[in-house]
Each structure stands twice: as structure tokens, then as C-alpha cells.
Design a protein around this ligand. Structure first.
Ligand SMILES: [Zn+2]
Length: 180
């Protein structure tokens, strides 16, 4: 059993790590991803040449193909703790849906958009490779990032845990992997 300290709202403010035996401080409610994973593997020169990146959108232009990505939130219900836990992730959209999302960026009521198809482009700690899982990307009210829901493959742990939820013990395991 992991040792955890909770705050007044039941949030986890610190936990004792089984990997390094230190107390890691929280709050542990989300893990971000400032850029899509592939950005880390690009040289400054390549970024300059091929990449357009803001805090919420990314366009990667190459000779024969262009990728259009948006940043979203992938939530996982936590059964016995403050819920949900949120992963910041990037998903690749079709050019058409990317343009649509850009067009509606400041549009009131944009959350009534149908969900867009997206390829997950962020590797998540605590899971077997999550690259290119199939997701639905649901636009949220202005000012909020879209919600990302994995729908295939249905035997992937991320699909199952997003559907069924996880417990705090499992959440701490994920966080430990993220920290080390
Ligand atoms: Zn540790």
C-alpha cells in the first residue's frame, strides 16, 4: 500500500515513492504535455523549418504530408480519490477538422460540434505504447481544451481504464513512472 497525504478536499498532496523512497509533492491531479512527443526529437533547425507550435495547436509540415494537431485533455475517472485525473495530450486531426476547430476557436456554442476523429500522439506513462490509438475529440466551451476519449483498440489498458476508472493505488503507479 502506498503512503499518501491528502489535502482538505481529499486531493493527494504528496505520496511516498516506491521507486526512490522519497516523498513526492503534488497536487497530483494532472500531467501535462506542452508539445507533441515528436517535437523532442527534432533539431532547432528542423523546428524552425517545419514546425508551427502554440500552446494549443501544432502544424508539422513535411515534403509530402502535413500533420495537424491540437492539445486536449484525456480524463480518467478515479474511483476512490479526487476525480478525474487528467492527462494533457496531443491528437492529430484531419486538415478539415483542424481548420474547423480553428475557425470556431472563439465561437460561443462550439461545444455542439460533433466529435472529431483523432490519432493520439502522446505516449503516456504507466501504459503500453499509446501512440496512434484512435480517439474521439469533443470540442468544449470556449476557453477549455477538447476532451479526448480513446475508442480503439478496446483491449488497450488506456481504453479500459478510461471507461472503468482506476483506483488511487494505480494512479500513484502511473505518477511514479512519470517522475522516473
Ligand atoms: Zn520517486
Amino acid at each position: 500500500m502506498t503512503s499518501i497525504r491528502r489535502g482538505t478536499q481529499g486531493e493527494i498532496v504528496a505520496f511516498k515513492c516506491r521507486t526512490c523512497d522519497e516523498w513526492h509533492k503534488g497536487p497530483i491531479q494532472s500531467l501535462g504535455a506542452d508539445t507533441p512527443d515528436f517535437v523532442a526529437h527534432m533539431s532547432d533547425e528542423e523546428r524552425e523549418k517545419y514546425l508551427t507550435l502554440t500552446s494549443d495547436q501544432c502544424i508539422l509540415t513535411r515534403e509530402h504530408r502535413t500533420d495537424y494537431l491540437v492539445r486536449g485533455c484525456l480524463e480518467i475517472p478515479v474511483i476512490d480519490g479526487p476525480s478525474p485525473f487528467t492527462f494533457g495530450v496531443w491528437v492529430s486531426l484531419s486538415e478539415e477538422n483542424f481548420n474547423r476547430t480553428t475557425e470556431l476557436w472563439e465561437a460561443p456554442g462550439r461545444e455542439s460540434e460533433p466529435a472529431y476523429f483523432g490519432w493520439l500522439c502522446t505516449r503516456l506513462p504507466g501504459y503500453a505504447d499509446t501512440m496512434n490509438l484512435k480517439t474521439w475529440v469533443q470540442t468544449q466551451p470556449v476557453g477549455q481544451r477538447p476532451l479526448v476519449t480513446v475508442f480503439e483498440p478496446t483491449d488497450h489498458a488506456l481504453f479500459i481504464e478510461q471507461r472503468d476508472g482506476i483506483n488511487v493505488e494505480r494512479l500513484i503507479l502511473i505518477i511514479e513512472q512519470a517522475f522516473h
